[in-house]
Design a protein around this ligand. Structure first.
Ligand code: R5P
Length: 259
């Protein structure tokens, strides 16, 4: 791995703990104005001091985020479908030059293993890895889950391992029972979990705790933070689990006290 690649990864995954809290706000690329993100800037701005990295599209960052902000950007560079159509039908929407203009610390796309367009989405990841390697920009592969797809360790391990084999530098997947098997399938490639649909805060914190206990290096969480009745309290609580090794009760107390 070259110096630039290592440097960018160390901006995202904090060397002090080897862990990371990514804030995901890229949902609009296929979901439109997701609850909580209609005014993305207003939602995100107070959360940025607590996030280690921001996962976002180029259109959203240019419209709603101050370029003076000091946060590593994980740029979503895929899209081309909506929730009204086949989800796996993704293309690369942003070229590497635009990612560099934005000063992205990483680029990301989704891979739909088992989806109708499985081959194309694996091809998208392969193209990003080639481009990323050329310019020292790491690639976060998202193991997306279509409507028909299972979310068990067997499936997520399969999808994550394929992304590793194609060359992804970080893996984002969903939490499931036997998550240690998914982490093991990724070898030395760091794994973060997505939050998924909004859960009660205690459950989302338990999931974060279980994921890092099973070997994840952190989270790339969206709705369970920005749709919480105390988004700042929730991101602080998740940080306490990921970076400070707090247990679920201690983290929940942080959330409760912030309300
Ligand atoms: C989905 O593909 C997007 O990449 C989201 O960033 C991802 O699902 C994480 O957000 P959430 O925690 O809301 O699931």
């Amino acid at each position: 791995m070259n110096w630039g690649m290592k440097n960018r990864i160390s901006r995202i995954i904090k060397p002090k703990t080897g862990r990371c809290v990514m804030l995901a706000v890229d949902h609009g690329y296929f979901q439109g104005p997701t609850t909580g993100l209609a005014n993305l800037g207003k939602t995100v701005e107070p959360l940025l001091p607590y996030a280690d990295a921001l996962m976002i599209t180029r259109g959203a960052i240019r419209n709603w985020v101050d370029p003076a902000v000091d946060i590593p950007v994980i740029l979503r560079v895929s899209g081309g479908q909506s929730i009204l159509k086949e989800l796996s039908n993704e293309i690369i929407t942003t070229n590497i030059e635009d990612a560099i203009r934005i000063n992205a610390s990483a680029i990301t796309c989704s891979v739909y293993v088992g989806g109708e367009y499985e081959r194309e989405t694996i091809g998208n990841l392969s193209k990003l890895v080639d481009e990323g390697e050329k310019y020292g920009i790491p690639v976060l592969a998202v193991t997306a889950v279509g409507k028909e797809m299972a979310r068990d360790a067997r499936y997520l391990g399969l999808a994550s391992r394929i992304c590793v084999e194609i060359g992804a530098h970080m893996i984002k997947t969903y939490y499931t029972e036997e998550f240690d098997k998914v982490v093991e399938a990724c070898g030395n490639v760091p794994v973060v979990i997505a939050g998924g649909k909004k859960l009660p805060e205690l459950e989302a914190l338990q999931m974060s705790y279980d994921a890092v206990t099973a070997g994840a290096i952190g989270v790339d969480m969206g709705r369970n933070i920005f749709q919480s009745d105390s988004a700042i309290g929730m991101i602080q609580a998740v940080r306490a689990i990921v970076h400070d090794s707090k247990d679920v009760e201690e983290a929940y107390e942080i959330y409760e006290q912030s309300k």
